[in-house]
Design a protein around this ligand. Structure first.
Ligand code: BGC
Length: 828
């Protein structure tokens, strides 16, 4: 049966199921049963539906190392490929992972904008530009849904920073909202038809997004024709009547939600109509039908039509290499076949951040560190020096541990190995152990101190703990939360440090027992166990650590320095105070670069950082949070086995104070005004005339390109099809270097006339081409009508003004050698 036929059969099955449900049963479908699932209803043949984070790997219901996931590079990295085909393949892998883990909906992609580089969750979104964000987001949605798994582009809308994220009220004018913050959602809804969308925590214009009738019902459903479900961000649906009438269909997590019995009561009290509940239930049943969870309804993708399975680890490696951005290369990369002695410096070489912190985190199926991968890949000596620790807080213990779950009588319920001293179980416990049965969780292991002296052990978490070293208790008591943010105890808990004297070379046993609080209220239904055992070797003065690194660099043929953010400086739940690298990393790079002219710096960060030494080093490579295969990909790129082909998706400032949009803190009235209007990212930098460190679109590979010709052919367009082409642009480029390479050809469109209220230039399309040395390639870019449309606040409509526009093409917003004229003639 064809897709149309299937749609009709599905719709009939949904109506049949709906007809068999009374008000209470309908309402029961709309609230979570637990942390991640919606309830089954056997009588109508409805299965249990599971949702799972997220954008860089599918966690499933268990956030534990015994249920690992392929950890992909951070979304900023995926977007840096500027390659929707590649991102679609990443999406298919997410669907494959979701199926493996029994999840039916992946809570991704994050398509909020990089409004300011300070956004703590920047790594999880794609770009400062709405067109690029929309194209990449649509590709991810298409890929996941190719695999018969749903998506929820999030967080709808204007959730672009983390400060006061549950309550912030964004005030933004209609034109800016439409052209920037709604634009990626509109493109994705119209072109990729996501099964769902997630409403954000924040308010827009005074109304919280889970209750935003105008944006959810009128714009999204009415204007754009969205036919999917709306799920609240976790705990974001706070009011039964507001959320139901405001367009939200599913309240998560459960079981105690604002829907279910509360919704039925609201209907009986006349505050919500039966028709509203019927539409909500219909949308949830349609979701289940698409996912193959409703008897009699064919799934959106039949078993036989699923894309072939892919090798997830190989794809993760390819994605990482394709995402790396080479920002400077003074003839030092790729390294020669026999590079001689390499000094590898910096803690991220041995302990990289493979993903950003928070709900996007997954436990990887395996991990090769950059240091290990380089040692394996190069024919030369590799010397490693860690350099000073950039973290203030003590990191989770880096030795292997076991977690032992016991009941209240002390009997062992389950044991699981942990790669490091961090427990973050949310929604389910390892081994499927019921949270209510657990009396305590013990982390235990042993390590052999490399250095004698004062070691620091640390407990991080909230609750009752007992820490013992060599069988002797060194801490026993409560660790209390700081502040009152409900999410902070989980996302940013306090740390208690206990110094202990240890001798070098003598193994010590360590045990940290967390006493589970009584399983009452929410804890009775779903588990939240989150704490860390930290460990730090005796701290040496940063000067000594740097001197050791400098000596190793001076003695080497090439120095590769790893720098980056830490989970303290870049994570979900908080915005960044500064873009500066934490600790003494700037000093480390400058001193190493002074000692060795062949210094390569690798940046392990999900978002912009300041690099005051950038002109002092021979090469600079951004590796993002590169996922579990990042080490291998890095070795591929440093040795030249792969070309780094990423391009920046956001402009990187040279100093905090240069960033055109900086404010993330709401005022005393709770509002955060987007007073910059349309001027974010390169749009703002161009107006300000300030030079950033690196522009949107920048990045080199291992070859060079000439831009030879630009042709623009206008197409007839229909004002109702904003993503259909307005013009076909062809850009002829030539590989002028010595090796095969890949280039991202970017096309921008000028504003009409010189209206100072509008950005002078915006991205209108792009395409990736490949060519051998000396060979030409043609990039074909379809410029969508939307690129030439403006939202007119007065008439509340998109308008396409006729007139002459300049089309420009090149390698970045700052390097556009070709231009041509496009005459736009709107239809009569
Ligand atoms: C995040 C969402 C995530 C959800 C479930 C929220 O705090 O904002 O992006 O999908 O938690 O983990």
């Amino acid at each position: 049966m064809g897709a149309r036929g299937d749609d009709a059969v599905r719709a009939e099955a949904v109506e049949r199921a709906l007809a068999r449900l009374g008000l209470d049963a309908r309402c029961a479908l709309l609230g979570g049963a637990d942390m991640w699932s919606l309830p089954a209803h056997e009588a109508i043949g409805l299965g249990r539906l599971v949702m799972s984070d997220g954008p860089a790997g599918v966690r499933g219901e268990h956030w534990t190392p015994d249920d690992p996931s392929v950890a992909l590079p951070s979304p900023t990295a995926l977007a840096a490929s500027w390659d929707p085909e590649l991102v679609r393949r990443a999406g298919r892998l997410l669907a494959q992972e979701a199926r493996r883990k029994g999840a039916h909906v992946v809570l991704a992609p994050t398509v909020n904008l990089h409004r300011t580089p300070r956004g703590g969750r920047h790594f999880e979104a794609y770009a400062e530009d709405p067109l690029l964000t929309g194209v990449i987001g649509a590709a991810l949605v298409a890929g996941v849904q190719d695999g018969g798994v749903g998506t929820t582009p999030k967080h709808f809308t204007a959730n672009d920073s983390e400060t006061d994220r549950y309550t912030v009220d964004v005030t933004v004018d209609g034109t800016t909202l439409r052209e920037l913050y709604l634009e990626p959602f509109e493109r994705i809804v119209r072109t990729a038809r996501p099964w769902g969308l997630m409403t954000a925590y924040n308010s827009v214009g005074g109304t919280t997004m889970s209750e935003h009738h105008e944006l959810n019902n009128q714009v999204l459903r009415g204007e754009w024709g969205f036919d999917g479900f709306l799920v609240s961000d976790w705990t974001a649906a706070r009011d039964t009547v507001g959320a139901a009438n405001g367009g939200n269909d599913i309240a998560m997590p459960g079981p105690d939600t604002v829907f279910g019995a509360r919704l039925a009561q609201a209907v009986r009290a006349g505050k919500v109509t039966e028709a509203v509940v019927e539409s909500m239930a219909r949308r949830v049943l349609t979701l289940a039908a698409r996912a193959g969870l409703l008897d009699g309804a064919p799934p959106a993708v039949a078993e036989g039509a699923l894309p072939p399975d892919v090798d997830g680890e190989a794809l993760a490696r390819e994605l990482a290499a394709r995402s790396f951005v080479l920002l400077r290369n003074d003839d030092v990369l790729p390294l020669p076949t026999r590079p001689g002695r390499i000094a590898v410096i910096g803690r991220a070489a041995a302990r990289p951040r493979i993903g950003g912190g928070g709900s996007a985190e997954v436990f990887p199926t395996r991990l090769t560190t950059p240091l290990r991968a380089l040692r394996d890949a190069v024919d030369g000596e590799v010397v490693y020096v860690p350099g000073p620790d950039p973290r203030e807080r003590i990191a989770p213990a880096a030795f292997p541990l076991r977690a032992v779950l016991r009941d209240r009588s002390g009997a062992v319920l389950h044991e699981v190995g942990l790669p490091e001293g961090q427990v973050r179980w949310l929604g389910a416990l390892p081994g499927g152990v019921a949270a209510a049965r657990v009396g305590s969780v013990e982390l235990r292991g042993s390590f052999t101190p490399g250095a004698g002296g004062t070691h620091q052990l640390a407990i991080r978490g909230v609750g009752e703990f007992r820490l013992a070293v060599g069988g002797r208790a060194v801490f026993d008591g409560p660790v209390l939360p700081e502040g009152s943010d409900p999410g902070a105890a989980f996302l940013n808990p306090p740390q208690r440090v206990v110094p202990v004297e240890l001798a070098a070379g003598e193994p010590v046993d360590v045990s940290l027992v967390y006493r589970m609080p009584p399983a009452e209220g929410l804890l009775a239904v779903f588990a939240v166990v989150a704490f860390e055992l930290g460990h730090r070797e005796p701290v040496r003065p940063a000067e000594d650590e740097i001197a050791e690194a400098v000596a190793a660099a001076a003695d080497a043929d090439v120095a590769v320095v790893f720098v980056g953010t830490t989970d303290e400086s870049e994570s979900e739940g908080a915005d960044r105070a500064t873009l500066a690298l934490p600790g003494a990393q700037d000093l480390l790079v400058s001193r190493v670069a002074a000692a060795n002219p062949r210094t390569v710096v690798v940046v392990n960060a999900g978002a912009p950082v300041l690099m005051p030494w950038r002109e002092e080093v021979a090469a600079l490579l951004l590796a993002w949070f590169p996922g579990q295969e990042g080490g291998a990909a890095l070795a591929d790129v440093l040795t030249g086995a792969a070309e780094p082909t990423g391009r920046l998706t956001t402009t990187w400032p040279a100093a905090d104070e240069d960033a055109p949009v900086w404010r993330v803190k709401p005022g005393a009235d709770g509002t955060l005004p987007y007073e910059e209007g349309l001027f974010v990212g390169y749009r703002a930098w161009r107006r300000a005339g300030t030079r950033p460190a690196y522009w949107f679109g920048e990045g080199d590979g291992y070859t060079s390109w000439s831009y030879d010709e630009l042709r623009v052919v206008p197409r007839a367009f229909d004002a109702r099809a904003p993503y259909a082409p307005l013009a076909e642009v062809t850009v002829r480029v030539r590989n002028t270097g010595a090796r095969r390479g890949r280039e991202t050809v970017q096309v921008y469109l000028s504003a009409l006339g010189d209206d100072p209220r509008r950005p002078d230039l915006t991205l209108a399309g792009f395409a990736v081409v490949e060519a051998d040395p000396g060979e030409e390639a043609q990039a074909r870019v379809l410029v969508p009508l939307r690129a030439a449309q403006n939202w007119d606040g007065a008439s509340h409509a998109w308008v396409t003004r006729g007139g002459m526009r300049t089309v420009r093409a090149g390698r970045s917003v700052a390097e556009l050698p070709l231009s041509a004229v496009l005459e736009v003639t709107p239809p009569m």
